[in-house]
Every structure is written in C-alpha cells, then in structure tokens.
Write a protein that binds this ligand. Structure first.
Ligand code: HMG
Ligand code: MG
Length: 312
C-alpha cells in the first residue's frame, strides 16, 4: 500500500471524552454527562463516544450509559426530550454480545469492540486472551451486521504495554487486520499509555497500513508522556484522517498516577487549524465545554490550548 505523503485537507475528530475520559475520572452525574455531550455536538463534533456497556463492577463510571443513550434516542412526535443533534453519530463501547444487546436496546448508533496487541493487557482489561477476545467478537459482529449497526475496532497497546513493555509491530498489524477482516469499518490504533514517540508511531502505522487500508485507520494516542501531538504530526501525511481525542484531556492513566489522560481535543484541533486542516469544529465552543466539565470534576483543564485561550 502506497502512503499518501501529503497532508489531509480535513480531519474527522472522534471525541472520546465522555467515555475514555470520564471512565478514568471520579464519577459525574448523568446530567453532567449529557450537558457535556450536548455542548460537544454544539461545537461541531460529529462523532461522539458517549458511553460503554461493560461490567459496572469493572468500570462503575460507565454504569449509567443506558440513561445517557436513552436521552440521545431520536425524538418521536410524542417525546421532545431527546438532546440528540442531527448529523451526529453517538457511539458505545461493547466488549461482548451482552454489551451489544444493551447498546442496541439503549439506541446507540454504532458500537466499538476493543482488543489488544498485548496478551497481558487483554487479560487484565477484558479478562480473556487475544484469541478468546476475537472469538467473543464474532457473534457481536454477526448481530451488529444483522441489525445494520456499524462496528469500530480498537487495538490497544500499539506502542507499548504497561505490563509487557515493547510490543511487536507485527502483532499490532496482525490484530488490526483480523478486526478489519471481521468487518470493522475503521481500526483505531491505541497508544493506551501514551509511551510512543514519533518515529515509532510512524513505523507502526506504516506496518499496519500494509495489511489494512490506511484510509480505514484512526489514531488514538494518549498523552501520558506529552508525545501525542508530535506522534500525530509524524503520521499525518500517511493518509490517515481520523483522530480520537478527549475534550480538556479528560481521563488519566490507571498505570501512572497523576499522569495526563487522552490527547486534548482542543490541542489537536488548534494544531490542525494552524496547519490549514479543517475539522468543522468551533474551538471557542469546544474550550467552553472543556472548562465546564473540568469545573464539575474540580480539576485543572488538561488542554494547554484551553488554558491559554481567552474565554468570555
Ligand atoms: P468477565 O468477568 O470475564 O465476564 O468480564 P463474564 O461474562 O464472566 O461476566 C461476569 C459478570 O459481568 C456477570 O455479572 C455478567 O452479567 C457481567 P454477575 O453475574 O457477576 O452479576 N457482564 C456485563 N455487564 C454489563 N455489560 C456487559 C457485561 N458482560 C458481562 N457487557 C468483561 C468480561 C469484558 C465484561 C469485563 O472484563 C469488563 O467489563 N471489562 C471492562 C473493560 C473496560 O471497559 N476497559 C476500559 C475500556 S478499553 C480502553 O479504554 C482502551 C481504549 O480506549 C483504546 C486504548 O486507549 O488503547 C478503547
Ligand atoms: Mg483509550
């Protein structure tokens, strides 16, 4: 596969703050989540991961995902209570068939399965091996297909694992190809603990792009070591045009106490706009949303751009 060697003119932001961010913060109310999701949509974000249907014993912060998605269900004539914004896709994380059934009942537009390129991480995150996880995903893919629900695929630990350290690029490419061939419409490459550096990130994308079309890849780089923007920049001319990020850099890292969370959406949007790359996002509105949820959480806004921007 030849890589593009030129920058994209448009990047699609996949906003994960309400899921990946808030799953690693102290719990907030459903109402606060809904306010955040509404503000993100109002800022022009078109793809919002709004929750996850996982075991509430494992991730109590996501236990109210049913209520979140119910509030996002399309309006009918009787019910005017939905806060759904037209043209926005609201997505949910689903580890297994039970998760998919709950997500479908709650009205999620699309779902995501999540695997890993590290055996130990797979065991610790979803309580099964990589091969077992793939077997669990089969019926999820089949039911989603039957119900016409698009499925995204995550691969974690693409640039390193908290338990195993370095991860072979070939393994990242292998798992990515399996999820893609199973029918995932997009593969999101997760630097779960933000340990990557630019040349490693680029080499990893090039290896995966030999097996999965580069247009079907997304970058999901956490900012634990402050490398996420540099890593994205190193991959931007490969043909990738989807980036996952989290407003206000919500989230932390369970493996590094006090460390920053996901890459802040404000920071990547500022960088892209500065490079002449469109996102369709109103940075000012986005920063306001980030400030509000940071206030709710009683934490400093994790976006450098939002900290620097004058807000009225
Ligand atoms: P398990 O214990 O092996 O599952 O957990 P089980 O099938 O044996 O069921 C055990 C209990 O969980 C049962 O309840 C099930 O009903 C329940 P009990 O009888 O004990 O009362 N259960 C569920 N409940 C709600 N929703 C479900 C569900 N499935 C079973 N879908 C399981 C397996 C996957 C459920 C568990 O390990 C789990 O929930 N893990 C959560 C993992 C997680 O959410 N991690 C964070 C997200 S991944 C991530 O952040 C990385 C990413 O951002 C990319 C990156 O950065 O790299 C995506
Ligand atoms: Mg993540």
């Amino acid at each position: 596969m030849r890589l593009a060697n030129s920058l994209p003119t448009h990047v699609s932001i996949f906003e994960v703050g309400a899921r990946d961010g808030l799953q690693n913060e102290k719990p907030v109310t459903t109402e606060d989540k809904l306010t955040l999701i509404e503000q993100l949509a109002d800022a022009g974000i078109k793809r919002i991961e709004a929750g996850s249907f996982v075991s509430p014993k494992w991730v109590p912060q996501m236990a109210d995902s049913k209520d979140v998605f119910t509030a996002l269900k399309p309006n009918d004539l009787q019910d005017q209570s939905s806060i759904r914004k037209a043209g926005v896709v609201y997505s949910a994380l689903t580890p297994n068939l039970k998760g998919l059934e709950l997500a479908l009942d709650a009205g999620a537009d699309e779902v995501a399965i999540f695997g890993a390129a590290s055996e130990t991480f797979s065991q610790r995150n979803i309580n099964c091996s990589i091969e077992e996880s793939i077997a669990r995903f089969e019926p999820v893919m089949a039911m989603a297909k039957a119900r016409n629900i698009p499925v995204r695929g995550y691969v974690s630990c693409v640039l390193g694992c908290p338990y195993e350290g370095d991860i072979a690029i070939d393994e990242v490419a292998r798992v990515s190809e399996i999820l893609y061939k199973m029918g995932c419409y997009e593969i999101s490459l997760g630097d779960t603990i933000g340990v990557g550096t630019p040349i490693k990130a680029r080499n990893m994308v090039e290896a995966v792009a030999k097996l999965v079309p580069v247009k079907k890849l997304a970058l999901h780089f956490h900012d634990t070591y402050g490398q996420a923007l540099a890593n994205i920049q190193a991959c931007l001319d490969t043909g990738i045009s989807v980036i996952d990020s989290s407003v206000a850099g919500l989230g932390g890292c369970p493996y590094a106490k006090g460390a920053s969370g996901n890459l802040a959406t404000e920071d990547v949007v500022y960088m892209l706009h500065g490079m002449g790359i469109e996102t369709g996002i109103d940075l000012h509105k986005l920063a306001k949303a980030g400030h509000q949820i940071s206030q709710v959480l009683g934490r400093q806004n994790g976006s450098k751009v939002a900290q620097a921007m004058p807000l009225d």
